[in-house]
Ligand binder design. Structure first.
Ligand SMILES: Cc1ncc(C[n+]2csc(CCOP(=O)(O)OP(=O)(O)O)c2C)c(N)n1
Ligand code: SF4
Length: 283
């Protein structure tokens, strides 16, 4: 049996009260609850406060460059599809620096889970506007208010036909753990965008602000209905829906490559003779 303790307990560099703590606890609860042991998981992150999360987990970890977690996670999954691959980073890292990789991952439908700690600011670099900061919000770097309209990751993911699209909240750990478990078990690309209060640099989207607005996706919502999902994805302001907004079962990226059918690439020995012959034929 796998327990939360198997995922370890480490000292963190986060501010007291940061929403990242709730997300870390939800990740551990989700994996332990699903019976997934630490050696079966690979976490891939970029740079930022959120991207430190895998440092605080006893599992396989690749901590790479800002915005480049999704290409690395894709490569790892293609090389070893026996691994549960979880890409985890902030909204800046994922939707800003890694924005094009996000679009490619959704379109490809690689069987990985993407957890985005969406605190709606660049936290590590002290609170500049990120792609999800609302227009007009004043930060130290945007003293006249953020000039761009916000990026809506859920609406974009639904529009591109992502396999699994959900929104969680760091302040509701049990609900979030359930969403993460569902995302990990989905066969295809699964996005969980997680509302995460940043108590140091986001004075707008606080725990209190979210508490007054979040509500569970209605029981009669059909996640196969893309139009209904899009309506929920675009809802923001007074009411913010939490839960699985959209899902479909389109084929994964991996399913397009017959070479992957014979098991993980990491478990196979290259045929050096055939490789040598192929190279020699090109001399
Ligand atoms: C290519 C590149 N650009 C910029 C930076 C500087 N940088 C490091 S962390 C960071 C902000 C991270 O914000 P986010 O991804 O939202 O995560 P958070 O810290 O809020 O969790 C930035 C801009 C960098 N390391 N590499
Ligand atoms: S700056 Fe914000 S995101 Fe970073 S640890 Fe502190 S509260 Fe969390």
């Amino acid at each position: 049996m796998v327990s939360v303790e198997d995922y370890g307990k480490y000292e963190t560099a986060w501010c007291p009260g940061c929403g990242n703590f709730g997300i870390l606890n939800a990740v551990k609860a989700a994996l332990a609850g699903a019976g997934i042991a630490p050696h079966q998981v690979l976490f891939v992150s970029g740079i930022g406060q959120a991207a430190k999360t895998p440092h605080y987990l006893n599992a396989n970890v690749f901590n790479g460059l800002h915005g480049r977690h999704l290409p690395v996670a894709t490569g790892a999954k293609l090389a070893n599809r026996d691994l549960v691959v979880i890409a985890e980073s902030g909204d800046g890292c994922t939707y800003g620096e890694g924005g094009n990789h996000f679009l490619a991952a959704v379109r490809r439908n690689v069987d990985i889970t993407l957890l985005v700690h969406d605190n709606r600011v660049y936290g590590l670099t002290k609170g500049q506007a990120s792609p999800t900061t609302d227009e007009g919000v004043v930060t130290k770097a945007q003293p006249f208010g953020t000039a761009s309209a916000p990026f809506n990751p859920l609406a974009v993911a639904v529009a591109l036909g992502a396999g699994f699209v959900a929104r969680g909240y760091a302040g509701d750990v049990d609900h979030l753990a359930g969403l993460i478990q569902a995302a990990v078990s989905h066969p295809g690309f699964a996005l969980v965008d997680i509302l995460q209060p940043c108590v140091s640099f986001n004075p707008v989207n606080t725990y209190e602000w979210y508490r007054e607005r979040v509500y569970p996706v209605p029981d009669d919502h059909d996640p196969a209905d893309a139009e209904a999902a899009m309506r929920l994805a675009r809802q923001w302001g007074d009411r913010i829906p939490l839960g699985v907004l959209y899902r479909n079962d389109r084929p994964t990226f991996e399913a397009h490559f017959p070479i992957l059918e014979d098991g993980p690439l990491v478990g196979r020995r290259p045929d050096y003779e055939a490789l040598g012959a192929a190279l020699a034929a090109r001399r």
